[in-house]
Ligand binder design. Structure first.
Ligand SMILES: [Zn+2]
Length: 94
């Protein structure tokens, strides 16, 4: 497993292992895409393999790449694939 693919929002506390690195789901956020459909952001917490510092990363339900390092180390020689820029609006409460 080296990417994130969920059909439905996983419960908080869900742990995934990506290439040996552990990510724990600590929060979810709802946002509205530009096309008007709601979707979910998943907030994962992990630890940098270089310095063991905790860091968090947000993904959608499907994400081909997760940041594996803390902000200090994540630029060091690792190809970072930026996800499509998604414009969304906050403040939609049901
Ligand atoms: Zn680090």
């Amino acid at each position: 497993m080296n990417d994130v693919t969920f059909k439905t929002t996983p419960p908080l506390g869900t742990v995934i292992m990506l290439q040996g690195q552990r990510y724990e789901l600590v929060a979810t956020e709802l946002y509205w895409r530009q096309d008007g459909h709601p979707t979910v952001l998943l907030c994962w917490q992990s630890h940098c393999p270089d310095c063991a510092a905790p860091f968090s990363v947000k993904t959608g339900l499907r994400q081909r790449y997760l940041n594996r390092r803390c902000p200090t180390h994540h630029k060091s020689g690792v190809a970072v694939v930026r996800s499509r820029k998604v414009v969304y609006r906050r403040g939609h409460h049901v």
